[in-house]
Design a binder for this molecule. Sequence first.
Ligand SMILES: NC(=O)c1ccc[n+]([C@@H]2O[C@H](COP(=O)([O-])OP(=O)(O)OC[C@H]3O[C@@H](n4cnc5c(N)ncnc54)[C@H](O)[C@@H]3O)[C@@H](O)[C@H]2O)c1
Length: 448
Amino acid sequence: MIQPDSLLAAVGKDAKAAALAHVDAAARAAAEIPDIPPDTPLRPIHRAGIIGAGTMGGGIAMSLANAGIPSILIDQSAEALERGLQRIRDNYAGSVKRGRLTQAVVDQRLALIRGATALESLSDVDLVIEAVFEDLALKQEIFRQLDRICKPGAILATNTSGLDVDQIAAVTTRPQDVVGAHFFSPAHVQKLLEVVRAAHTAPEVIATLMDLGRRLGKISVLSRIYPGFIGNALFRNYTREAHFLLEEGALPHEVDAALTRFGYAMGIFAVHDLAGNDVGYQTRKAQIATRPNDRRYNDIILHLCDLGRLGQKTGKGWYRYEKGDRTPHRDPEVEQFIIDYSAKLGIERRPISDDEILKRCLFGMINEGARLLEQGIALRASDIDIVYITGYGFPRQHGGPMYLADRLGLDKVYADIQRLHREQGGSYWEPSPLLARLAREGGRFADL
Ligand SMILES: NC(=O)c1ccc[n+]([C@@H]2O[C@H](COP(=O)([O-])OP(=O)(O)OC[C@H]3O[C@@H](n4cnc5c(N)ncnc54)[C@H](O)[C@@H]3O)[C@@H](O)[C@H]2O)c1
């Protein structure tokens, strides 16, 4: 097992330099796809259509405009469209105010974004990116219409966060043109693009999307279909364990302190408060009635929302906030709520060390990363690292979760995961067979 506190041991200068070199190499390697040669002809992308002028659609339109690509932004009503366009104007006005862009440049970019309310306007675009609500039936209905409206060869992409892209492609007569383009919020700022390869996506469609990410100044990483793709699959493990730690005895500031000492710029609970604790609330509430009841769920965040503690936007969440100030302050009210919640679950609270916090939060991600590799969801361990560094704030100096695991020694990581599996029971900590094999053979993820 890994010695206590080893995860918090300062990373030496040489180790840090090696990790940073790994991150650079990982970013380059992500562009290489073994069965798609670099000289694969790309489909030209001169004009795009975006469906849904909400948070993501607006950000994607800005990202395209920033790269000089004109787009038609669609929403279902004139009001929704105008709201979306106004948010874009406001965002750009903010950049002018902060001195990042001149008004002339902003005017040029705004001129590249045209609004419309009819999908028929997309008959001549080279690429469509759908960003409507996360609802399979709605997305399928849109793709049925796109299949009828769009010109042959147009790429039909969905920004779904986790729906099965094959089920969306299946309603069209051209599944070879359908692909996932998972942007991160805010899409005009975040540097990660997960390109999701469905069963029938054509190689040149993947090559074109990977290249589009590069044109937009992003790092594109290829993922196969999997719940949450690469990034959110790992993130699910990270947040679940952080929430369980609260139930077992830790408080939000203790978990966050361990994570920031490890190198994260913000702890997970401060991140939740920033993003809004209600992200995914409706979906998760709706799942409660039908989800399997053979496991433990991290529902505490749902209860926080029911209390109106949505995060910074309501002045309280896992912390409390002074008006106009984003500094998190401990809040005895939420801490008492957490303590009572443990009692309600019948859990006797205990002191939890930084070492346990880190292992619970990080090793679940590593185990999930190993599963992604054994199932071929991610092409290589370094792709998982780059997703985590670019999209989820994983500290660069540790090189990414899979690199960290290699550095700690997979035999030691595996021993800890086996112990956690024994202690926690259930399926979450079931060790990945790939991890078990590598641990036995003295192997590394990097050598796969
Ligand atoms: N918000 C995020 O952080 C995030 C990150 C990655 C991916 N996603 C995914 O992106 C998609 C959009 O998410 P969002 O956060 O931008 O949602 P949102 O609610 O902000 O925006 C959705 C927009 O789609 C419009 N819309 C709904 N039905 C429509 C229709 N039939 N025709 C045209 N427009 C329609 C709505 O009016 C709304 O403006 C979802 O699939 C979501 O899972 C979201």
